[in-house]
Unconditional design. Structure first.
Length: 66
């Protein structure tokens, strides 16, 4: 069973004849699968990641080997 994101990706690949490059270059923005064509959910952008790093100043807390 495919996840909804995988189903959108598969639909895009079938639409363009199986070409991954054509999926990336697709310009059919009115298609419901367009935002999901790369296999990612754009609504989750920025969600997750490394919970130990909090903001741009996180690199200042790193200790360099001496």
């Amino acid at each position: 069973m495919l996840t909804p994101i995988q189903a959108h990706r598969k639909r895009c690949l079938e639409c363009v004849g199986g070409s991954y490059r054509a999926v990336r270059e697709c310009s059919q923005t009115e298609c419901e699968s367009y935002p999901y064509r790369l296999g990612k959910n754009p609504r989750r952008a920025g969600v997750g990641g490394n919970p130990t790093l909090k903001g741009k100043e996180a690199h200042l807390d790193l200790k360099l080997p001496t």
